[in-house]
Design a binder for this molecule. Structure first.
Ligand SMILES: Cc1ncc(COP(=O)(O)O)c(C=O)c1O
Length: 404
């Protein structure tokens, strides 16, 4: 465990528990969140220094955080914003997406993608994903490209980046912009290079559930200094400064600038990211070793060591047809054991907003099966291996009780 890793690292020793042992006998009964940030005292002190300085709006620490992120992305320009949702909204503006345009995206993603396409007054075109990796189906993307298609928004999944070479080849062939929703995968690598170091527009999230946090926050990696300048205008009221010291607005911008306090936290978190990712990886390896239920769940893809994948979430698909209880009852049973879980994600095309675009049940079978059966189990940098053992034991216990 690196020094940047969690202080609990020392207690990561195997508990010796097996999945068949009772959850309470494995790793205790303390409440276990399904996601949680890890903010150490040095980070809290650094944020305190900014608060005491009186310069708390966007300033020098935003510039330093952007420089550090840019270095992380092999020199590409990066600008930070108040969330990844703001980043997707501004990315759509940067790509000039508007009324009459179609944007192809995956039905299996967070509401951000649907909402921001609709707020840009464009039309979302949903396609399906792979059942196990959850990556967007590129053949389905190709089949849905039409005269009004302007962009593709793929959401990248923890543990299993899709074929980004094929994605960009497809985009180039059809003159489409790409906005990579990389909210979940800062730190993942493709062909040895970090996500964000190549490609078109790439958005990250620094929400507390993500691999690193700024409390709330997000970023866009863009293509060149001109695009970065447009981005700066769009994230701050559309304001442009004139030579005579006055200001003008030509395009309606938003108010998405990240404060310095958050940026200061981001600088500390980015420095600790390799340690966080290594610890998450150890926890995921443990899940793969210990997670065994009857009936069996569909597990995420287990890639080889050194594959460059980051793990923000570990989600399984419940064998609902072989269970006597619903997913809600399964989650409640875990909650009763002090273990919080999540649902990532509902099917976007079947939301009330998504259905307005003509979608119905049956359109995207894998997306819908994931939406019905998925459960996200606890995974975060403040957890221990004993916590994973406890979750595995609890899942085995609950599924054994509820199997048909
Ligand atoms: C896949 C995905 N994209 C985008 C977002 C939006 O991130 P933010 O909360 O920073 O706006 C989230 C948030 O959970 C997400 O899971």
């Amino acid at each position: 465990m690196s020094a940047a890793g969690p202080p609990q690292g020392a207690s990561c020793a195997p508990s010796g528990g097996s999945a068949a042992a009772t959850a309470a006998s494995v790793g205790g009964t303390h409440p276990l969140k399904f996601a949680s940030p890890l903010l150490d005292e040095a980070t809290i002190a650094a944020a305190g220094d900014v608060l005491r300085s009186g310069h708390i709006a966007s300033g020098i620490f935003v510039e330093r955080f952007e420089a550090a992120l840019s270095e992380f992305c092999e020199g590409r320009p990066v600008r930070v914003l108040t969330s990844a949702t703001a980043a997707v909204e501004v990315a759509l503006q940067l790509a000039d997406i508007g009324p009459g345009d179609e944007v192809i995206t995956c039905g299996q993603s967070f509401f951000t993608v649907l909402n921001m396409i609709v707020r840009a007054r464009a039309t979302p075109v949903f396609v399906d994903c792979d059942l196990v990796t959850r990556n967007i189906d590129l053949a389905a993307v190709e089949a849905r490209i039409g005269p009004r298609t302007r962009a593709i928004i793929p959401t990248h999944w923890p543990g299993s980046l899709g074929d980004l070479d094929a994605l960009y080849a497809l985009a180039r062939r059809n003159a489409l912009r790409v906005i990579e929703d990389a909210a979940l995968v800062i730190g993942s690598r493709f062909n040895g290079r970090p996500v964000g170091a190549f490609g078109d527009l790439v958005t990250f999230s620094f929400h507390p559930n993500k691999n690193m946090t700024t409390i709330e926050g997000g970023a866009i990696v863009c293509n060149d200094p001109d695009e970065a300048r447009r981005l700066e205008v769009l994230r701050f009221h559309g304001i442009e400064r004139l030579p005579d010291g006055t200001r003008d607005v030509a395009v309606p911008g938003g108010k998405f600038n990240l404060p310095d306090v958050n940026a200061r936290i981001g600088i500390e978190q980015l420095a600790r990211l390799p340690g966080f990712l290594a610890h998450r990886r150890a926890l995921v390896d443990r899940y793969f070793e210990r997670f065994a239920t009857k009936p069996a769940c569909v597990l995420p893809p287990r890639a080889a060591d050194g594959d460059g994948q980051s793990w923000n979430m570990w989600s399984v698909l419940l064998p609902l047809r072989e269970m006597r209880v619903t997913r809600k009852a399964f989650r409640d049973a875990l909650a009763a054991r002090g273990i919080a879980t999540g649902v990532s994600y509902e099917a976007l095309h079947l939301s009330t907003l998504g259905r307005r675009f003509g979608y119905q049940r049956g359109d995207l079978p894998n997306t819908e099966r994931i939406a019905e059966c998925t459960v996200t189990l606890p995974l975060h940098a403040a957890m221990t291996l004993a916590d994973v053992d406890r979750v595995c034991a609890a899942c085995a216990e609950v599924l054994a009780e509820s199997g048909r």
